[in-house]
Design a protein around this ligand. Structure first.
Ligand code: COA
Length: 246
């Protein structure tokens, strides 16, 4: 249990909410552990048909907690981060994300594992890994290329510039742009509508579309190996310290 991750089930929807507002919902080790536990619960609970990820209004997630990156073993195999990334690949129930404000690092790469994504027009996506002296994670080196093509994926992953909801929609990273004041209720409405559909059919459909789990696990392991090496470099450590001391 963590006060930074809240969850409850209603009408077949498992609401999984990030709740660390003072740090812009940056994910720390405690939150990764809590997310894994919550997802295990959601997968096992027969009353849950759909998983809905939410951040806060005007902040989905500012990525990994950069202070945790100063721990060189933060993303080692078997770490809470690694456990969550592998778990995202294996979730059988449909996952939806409701996104507003910053969606940085894992705030964007998490979306690549979701089946439906609704974002506001003030959402700011970014994959700043290279600028932080690290590299792509969460299977994004594979998933992004697969979803949006090699050259566009290279642009987003190598330059790491922020991009807006229009770009995310054009690329097919999100389904719809929804007004800020409605996005939350809209995503819930969509999740509840899906939760009413025949569950076995939904599960079968998702599993038929997810045929590359084995490859994705291998990609995540390869990313983790590179990422952990890069975390140990003086260049990356200096970048993290600059952010934390700003
Ligand atoms: N890790 C650790 N702390 C973070 C964080 C992160 N990823 N993102 C934000 N925070 C903290 C800030 O240090 C600040 O803490 P403080 O109040 O103790 O100084 C607090 O959250 C608020 O952030 P701040 O930068 O003041 O808010 P902002 O509205 O000006 O900017 C962001 C919001 C998300 C654009 C900005 O915080 C940011 O760029 N964060 C880092 C994103 C990132 O690179 N993530 C890593 C991806 S791998």
């Amino acid at each position: 249990m963590s006060s930074f991750v809240k969850f409850y089930e209603e009408k077949g929807v498992f609401h999984l909410e990030l709740h660390r507002k003072d740090k812009k919902n940056a994910l720390n080790t405690e939150m990764y552990t809590a997310l894994v536990e919550a997802l295990i619960h959601a997968e096992q609970d027969p009353t849950v048909h759909i998983i809905l990820f939410k951040g806060g209004n005007n902040c989905f997630c500012a990525g990994n907690d950069i202070a945790d990156f100063l721990n060189e073993d933060a993303i080692a195999p078997g770490s809470p981060i690694s456990n969550l990334l592998h778990m995202l690949v294996d979730i059988k129930k449909p996952m939806i994300a409701a996104v507003s404000g910053p969606a940085i690092g894992i705030g964007t790469t998490l979306l690549l594992h979701c089946d439906l994504v609704y974002a506001t027009n003030n959402t700011v996506f970014s994959l700043p890994f290279v600028n932080l002296g690290v590299c792509a994670e969460a299977g994004s080196s594979y998933l992004l290329r697969q979803q949006i093509g090699h050259v566009k994926a290279s642009e987003l992953l190598m330059f790491g510039d922020a991009f807006d909801s229009d770009t995310a929609l054009d690329c097919g990273i999100i389904n719809e742009i929804v007004p800020e004041e409605e996005y939350w209720s809209y995503a819930i409405e969509k999740a509840e509508a899906l939760a009413k559909k025949p569950q076995q059919s939904l599960l079968a459909t998702k599993s038929l579309m997810k045929t590359e789990q084995e490859q994705l696990h291998a990609v995540i392991d390869a990313e983790i190996a590179q990422f952990s090496k890069l975390l140990k470099t003086e260049e990356a450590k200096a970048i993290f310290k600059r952010f934390l001391n700003k």
